[in-house]
Design a protein around this ligand. Structure first.
Ligand code: G3P
Length: 222
């Protein structure tokens, strides 16, 4: 299973990369907005430079999202984003317009991540259009009393049934249980906030056991 980090923060990306478990990065406009200190002076060129910096840190897929609604504009923007670095994956919303853009990119050797996916039919369309990745948002489904993980299981089964190569990125992950259930479902990737990556390593019995080991090891210090 691969782990991506779901952030635009260079500090968080560096910290996760140091752990040696990082396979890629996903960003979206909301995550970019969080790291912008001076929005009035943050340009599209700044955005592209930021994506380039992320690509220097992580040697794996880096999703950068289009910010337009029409397929022609998504195509123009996505081509610019893909030109930043070979690892850039163009993230397109799973809309009718987004599907047209995904199809164009898949026919032109540009990798895509179909995002804002909330149903198995959307995921099926993403695969048929040639998306390299599909991103079901599990936390946001849980927020509206619908099982996000059930959607992941459906997508994995459907892709297995037909041999689609589109990789499933579980997104909108909120806690370690989402990660465990994603792994049990056979999802290819989970994209995690840095806070969840840290939570994965924590266990109170590890802390308690370590405290005792340190205490007992102290007898050797003399
Ligand atoms: O990868 C999608 C993710 O950033 C959305 O997360 O927590 O805003 O639903 P959230």
């Amino acid at each position: 299973m691969k782990f991506f980090i779901d952030t635009a923060s260079l500090d968080e990306i560096n910290a996760a990369a140091e752990l040696g478990v990082l396979d890629g990065v996903t960003t979206n406009p909301s995550l970019i907005a969080k790291i912008v200190k001076d929005p009035a002076n943050f340009t599209y060129a700044d955005f592209k430079a930021h994506i380039a910096r992320i690509c220097e840190i992580v040697d794996g897929p880096v999703s950068a999202e289009v910010t337009t609604l029409k397929s022609e504009e998504m195509i123009a923007q996505g081509e610019e984003l893909a030109a930043i670095h070979k690892n850039v994956v163009v993230k397109c919303p799973l809309t009718v317009e987004g599907l047209k853009a995904i199809r164009h990119f898949s026919q032109n050797g540009i990798k895509t991540n179909a995002t804002l996916v909330f149903s198995p039919t959307q995921a099926l369309l993403a695969a048929k259009a040639g998306a390299d990745f599909v991103s079901p948002f599990v936390g946001r489904l849980d927020d509206v009393s619908t099982s996000g993980m059930e959607l992941v299981r459906q997508i994995v089964t459907i892709y297995d049934n037909y041999g689609y190569l589109t990789e499933v990125i579980v997104a909108s992950v909120r806690n370690p249980l989402h990660v465990v259930e994603s792994a049990m479902a056979g999802a290819d990737i989970a994209t995690l906030p840095y806070s969840v990556i840290k939570q994965l390593a924590n266990h109170p019995l590890t802390d308690k056991g370590l405290e005792k080991f340190m205490e007992d090891a102290a007898v050797m210090k003399g």
